[in-house]
Design a protein around this ligand. Structure first.
Ligand code: SF4
Length: 364
């Protein structure tokens, strides 16, 4: 038995019976990212360079797990092991009582600016998300995001998310092209997800929640070119949504555990491109792409690109905003090791800026 989980499940309980059931299901229980568990004080720990978390990320939990089979995901159905012992984004997601999560989040009002409910592909996930969303919206001080599973949703469910208090909703398209989506999330892995369904829910969500209130997760490095990813970011922006970037980072035990992370130069150029497109400073059609679809010109004056680099926010984690436009959801070291940061969970210092400037010019 994992010690963290053992500790987790004794919080708030006086019953330390060795034979008790350790894992419980949503909506009464939720998985919490390790970073959020540390921030809320459920488990001890410190963040490298004092990266401070501003968003509590929770994930629905069921003994029989997620029905999907995405090739890069730690929760994939075909990965060996019990669902509650599977890592997700390479870290544990210990299970806590929903009541305790609400209590502790309220005690951290000053630093927690958002909470996010991640659905999984499970027949109970929709109703449980409504239930938890309603509680969070009425009992917490901060806005609520839903990281949706389009496969199990209808249009009317998006209406309900809004009605029950969701401030933002997000679709994890993850792949830049329909072919990669199908290969890694759909038919290629006997998975239930379909590109058309994800895009339909993305479109409908913008019509309900409004411009800039819908996000789209995209993972850089699944096999797409820079050009393909940048055109996808533009397509998402043209729908009225914004993209939240992740650098692909192998999950041990997943089907893609041996797939390499993309070169730093590729991720940095896509980060700058996303910043330009999502803040309407330029468009993908104006970019110049060289060999292999790599960006050689961002299509805006050089001095503007230099300012973006100098400011550094383009290289910070992208996601649902908190009190400012900077993402409250900073997912510390979720897509890289602290020694080789891809998405910076804090403001960049001068050394960080020098590093990203150097990496931007790396063309492998
Ligand atoms: S960016 Fe963060 S808060 Fe927003 S939906 Fe994604 S995981 Fe949730």
């Amino acid at each position: 038995m994992n010690k963290n989980l053992l500790a987790v499940n004794t919080i708030g309980d006086t019953d330390n019976d060795e034979n008790r059931i350790y894992y419980e299901n949503s909506p009464d229980y939720l998985k919490v990212s390790l970073a959020a568990a540390m921030t809320l004080g459920f488990v001890p720990g410190m963040f490298y360079r004092n990266a401070c978390l501003h968003c509590v990320n929770v994930l629905l939990t069921y003994d029989d797990g997620c029905r999907a089979n995405c090739a890069y995901c730690g929760l994939q159905k075909s990965r060996e092991g019990a669902y509650n012992e599977k890592s997700f984004i390479r870290v544990e997601w210990p299970v806590f009582k929903t009541d305790d999560i609400i209590d502790l989040t309220l005690k951290k009002k000053e630093i927690i600016h958002r909470i996010c409910i991640s659905m999984i592909t499970h027949e109970r996930a929709k109703e449980d998300t409504f239930n938890i969303l309603t509680r969070f919206s009425s009992e917490l001080h901060c806005p609520v995001s839903i990281l949706m599973t389009p496969t199990i949703l209808k249009h009317e469910d998006i209406d309900k998310f809004k009605e029950y208090g969701a401030n933002m909703v997000t679709v994890a398209l993850d792949a830049a092209t329909p072919e990669l989506f199908d290969e890694f999330r759909g038919r290629g892995v006997n998975g239930p997800h379909r590109w058309e369904k994800y895009n339909d829910i993305l479109n409908y969500s913008v019509s309900v929640l409004g411009k800039n209130r819908v996000g789209c997760h995209l993972v850089v490095g699944l096999g797409e070119t820079e050009k393909e990813m940048i055109y996808r970011i533009q397509a998402v922006r043209d729908k009225g949504a914004r993209s939240h970037l992740f650098s692909f980072y192998q999950e041990k035990g997943s089907k893609l555990e041996n797939h390499p992370q993309c070169p730093a130069g590729q991720f940095r150029r896509v980060q700058v491109a996303r910043h330009i497109i999502d803040y309407d400073m330029g468009r993908a059609e104006d970019f110049v792409f060289g060999e292999g679809g790599k960006v050689v010109d961002f299509g805006i004056p050089f001095k503007n690109v230099a300012e973006i680099i100098e400011r550094g926010t383009a290289f910070q984690t992208t996601g649902c905003p908190g009190k400012t436009e900077v993402s409250a959801c900073n997912r510390p070291f979720g897509d890289s090791s602290p020694r080789n940061i891809r998405s910076f969970p804090f403001e960049l210092n001068a050394a960080d800026i020098a590093r990203v400037r150097r990496e931007l010019l790396e063309y492998e």
